[in-house]
Each structure stands twice: as structure tokens, then as C-alpha cells.
Design a protein around this ligand. Sequence first.
Ligand SMILES: C[S@@+](CC[C@H](N)C(=O)[O-])C[C@H]1O[C@@H](n2cnc3c(N)ncnc32)[C@H](O)[C@@H]1O
Length: 189
Amino acid sequence: MIDMDGLIARFGPAIADFSSTIMHGLPHILDGMRFKSVVEIGTMNGLSAAELAMHCDHVTTIDVIDRPVVDEVFAFLGLTGKIDRVVVKDEAEKAKIIDGLTFDMAFLDGQHGRAGLLWDFALTRRCGCLLFHDYPKVVNPGDPEVYGWRQYPPELLVGDGAGFLLDGIVPAGVIERHPPFAWWRVINA
Ligand SMILES: C[S@@+](CC[C@H](N)C(=O)[O-])C[C@H]1O[C@@H](n2cnc3c(N)ncnc32)[C@H](O)[C@@H]1O
């Protein structure tokens, strides 16, 4: 697990933004797992990329926003060289980059709306092992324990991407739910 205390001491508490999946249990989800090469969509401050790097030989993390602090985070954690940080200007560039990569796992944590998540799924599914964040996205503010996307009209469901995809479409493969994460894997016969 990455050194959160050290990171906060060095970069301040904002580095541990609540939207980082480190706060939502990513280290636990990855416990005991090992991959060769991982693609992450959604770098933010680089915390999840750093955690992923501890479970594989190489990470490529992709974002649409350039946050230079991420390079400092990787250097602080001694992970420079193990993680490629890519900032793309649009989805076409993102697709081109991903098409050129070989990877055995992808972590989808960039877009969480339906269209965006379907797109990221299409770009990465060939690796056969995806980890989704924001499964399920809570859409019932009256009862945060209930994932109620079926009760709501589509215009209220902009953020339910992984739940919509994994529960609604049920893509071929095995789905393992650990809210707010879910694995999707293709089992080779
Ligand atoms: C929830 S944050 C990622 C948190 C990070 N994975 C972590 O756990 O520390 C979502 C990130 O996705 C990025 N993002 C938004 N739209 C994107 C897109 N279309 N492609 C790639 N990244 C995107 C945002 O700039 C933001 O940094």
C-alpha cells in the first residue's frame, strides 16, 4: 500500500482527495493480485496509479487533464519509470494510445456516465480483465445503501455508468461485485 501519511505530509491533505479510490478501498481490492501491464483511465493525482504499480510491472495512466503534481507524486513514491502518465487532448487520441498498448488489466475510473463508460469499456475490454470504480453509483439520495437505477428515468442516471453497464447490459464475462468496485473478467475456456 502506498505511503499516504508521507504523501499528505509532503503534498498536503488535498492530495488525498476523497474521490481517489485509495479512500474507497482500492488497496484491499488489489490485495494479492499481480498483473504484467495495467492501463488506468482517470489519473487524477496519481494515487491509484501508484497503488496499481505495486501490483504489476508497468502502468499506463491516462487523463484528459494535465496535473504536473502527479509526476512529483510518482517520484516521491519511487515509482518514476514504472508508470507512464499520458495526457490526451480528446477521445480519439485516447483510443489511439490504448490501441497501441498490450495490457492484462484495465482500471476504468475516468468517465462514469453511460456513454463515456461504454466507450472506455470498448477501448479496454480486449484485455479480458477490467476493474470498475463507482459500482454501484448511489442514485437514491434518500437511502444511500440502495442502488436504485431501475427506479429512475435516464436523465437522472448520468453517473451510474458501471452499475448500468454491469447490471443492465451484463456483458459476456464474469462479474464480481465489491461495491464501490466491480471486476469484469473473461474466463478463457
Ligand atoms: C475520480 S478521478 C480518478 C481518481 C483516481 N483514479 C484515483 O483513484 O486516485 C477521475 C479522473 O478522470 C479524469 N477524466 C475525466 N474524463 C476523462 C476521460 N474522458 N478520459 C480520461 N480521463 C478522464 C478526470 O480528469 C479525473 O482526473
